[in-house]
Design a protein around this ligand. Structure first.
Ligand SMILES: Cc1cc2nc3c(=O)[nH]c(=O)nc-3n(C[C@H](O)[C@H](O)[C@H](O)COP(=O)(O)OP(=O)(O)OC[C@H]3O[C@@H](n4cnc5c(N)ncnc54)[C@H](O)[C@@H]3O)c2cc1C
Length: 401
């Protein structure tokens, strides 16, 4: 959606993965503009907003997530958006065009806020980010975040940390004013991107067990605590193989896999969802940011005693490196007592996602840090040195364990 708003993707129809007609060909009826109002699981019936009822044998709760709102006056004013659905994206793009918006303010500094700041800036708009925390991109090592902050400065995107928005007001000429504890910001458009929470309203009505994360608890077959009811996607938890517990990890690739597992189990071809290691990535202008496993703070929370090291290196052999390639920063986190690899974060222009995917495989199989320190990676000068940045960082960290 950020790429649609930023005009990289021109036609919103290309964002529709499958139309109701295409679903129909697979024997699936899609009821658009229809809300499941109430479920009677005893009678196995769903009551719809159209007044109709739908009988079922198995029920899948896939209600997704809702945007967290700041709870401030003015958050519902015209020109203030959240970005959850394609309709949100279409509304926002039309508003930018119709009002000829020149300036946008974004509350939040997570991956959606970052992607949107790039999209809006590429449209030629002035962009300001407002972040309540004192640090930017909280989960990340400050040394790696430094690179992102430099990009903000280069792109002239203002980034206000430790700043709390207290209200949004409509001012003359249809403009908006964000009142913060550090002064006011005038803008044409506001995007609220301060996080999401699982939509568990229906799950609670059905009496489904909710996990510590606040999302629906499921087993590896995607079954909930109530027989005959499954749950998948952003409304439910997922087993994290490194943390060794269910966590809330609302990402699209996970939702897809969970859906397939639930479908197979319902269809009589049993399957289990093996869990995740927390791999994630996003692009910010010419930077790739990617992470996997646990951060140090998360590792401590889940009972590990983490140690970490950061190393930097070019994405090609040093002799061939140009300024354009920049340097990739890689942080590795390992457990002092077991030597297990726990997590990784990377930022750079060319290869962070590749590195993080390789490390995700290592995490998936429960690697100790000494394994990636000598793991066999493909080497030729256009793609790096004989000692990959993963080897270098792992060996640096091994020396401290
Ligand atoms: C801007 C943006 C960028 C993203 N980028 C990435 C990315 O790069 N990589 C990634 O992995 N993930 C990304 N995600 C996350 C990804 O989109 C979600 O994880 C994924 O869409 C979750 O799918 P879902 O089906 O669980 O929930 P949703 O897609 O939210 O679908 C839930 C649906 O249920 C409907 N619903 C709820 N209650 C009812 C009811 N009672 N009756 C009928 N319908 C109901 C909702 O209207 C909604 O349509 C992004 C998300 C956003 C918003």
């Amino acid at each position: 959606m950020p790429y649609y708003i930023g005009d990289v993707i021109k036609d919103e129809r290309s964002l529709i993965a499958r139309t109701p007609e295409q679903f129909k060909k697979s024997g699936i009826d899609v009821l658009l503009k229809t809300r499941a109002e109430q479920v009677d699981h005893e009678a196995r019936i769903v009551r719809l907003s159209t007044g109709a009822t739908l009988p079922y044998d198995h029920l899948v709760v896939a209600t997704g997530a809702q945007a967290v709102m700041p709870g401030i006056p003015g958050q519902d004013l015209p020109g203030v958006f959240t970005l959850r659905t394609l309709q949100d994206a279409v509304r926002m793009k039309s508003c930018i065009r119709e009002k000829d918006c020149r300036k946008a303010a974004i509350l939040g500094a997570g991956f959606i806020a970052m992607e949107m700041s790039e999209a809006l800036s590429n449209l030629g708009m002035e962009v300001e980010l407002i972040q309540r925390d004192t640090v930017a991109i909280k989960r990340w090592a400050p040394e790696l975040v430094e690179v992102v902050l430099r990009t903000f400065a280069e792109k002239r995107i203002a980034f206000h940390v430790d700043t709390r928005a207290t209200s949004i007001e409509m001012v003359d000429g249809g403009k908006l004013r964000i009142v913060t504890d550090r002064g006011n910001i005038e803008t044409d458009l506001v995007l609220i991107a301060i996080g999401i929470r699982p939509d568990v309203n229906m799950a609670k009505e059905l009496g489904l067990a909710i996990g510590d994360s606040g999302a629906v608890r499921v087993n590896a077959a995607q079954q909930t605590s109530v027989e005959g009811i499954y749950s998948v996607g952003d409304c439910c938890e997922v087993y994290h193989r490194v943390a060794r517990r269910p966590l809330y990890f609302p990402l699209g690739d996970i939702a897809n896999k969970q859906g397939r597992i639930a479908g197979r189990n319902i269809g009589g071809r049993p399957a289990v969802f093996p869990g995740i290691v927390g791999a994630q990535s996003f692009k910010f202008f010419d930077l790739e940011l990617a992470a996997t496993g646990l951060s140090e703070e998360e590792a401590t929370r889940y009972g590990f005693s983490p140690a970490a090291a950061i190393a930097w290196g070019p994405p090609v052999a040093r002799l061939m490196a140009s300024e354009e390639d920049g340097e990739t920063g890689l942080k590795l986190i390992a457990d002092r007592s077991t030597g297990l690899l726990l997590g990784a974060q990377a930022v750079g222009r060319k290869d962070p996602v590749k590195k993080i995917n390789a490390l995700s495989v290592a995490l998936w199989y429960g690697a100790r840090l000494d394994e990636p320190a000598f793991m066999d990676f493909a080497y030729s000068p256009p793609f790096g040195g004989p000692w990959d940045l993963i080897h270098i960082t792992a060996q640096l960290l091994l020396r401290t364990l």
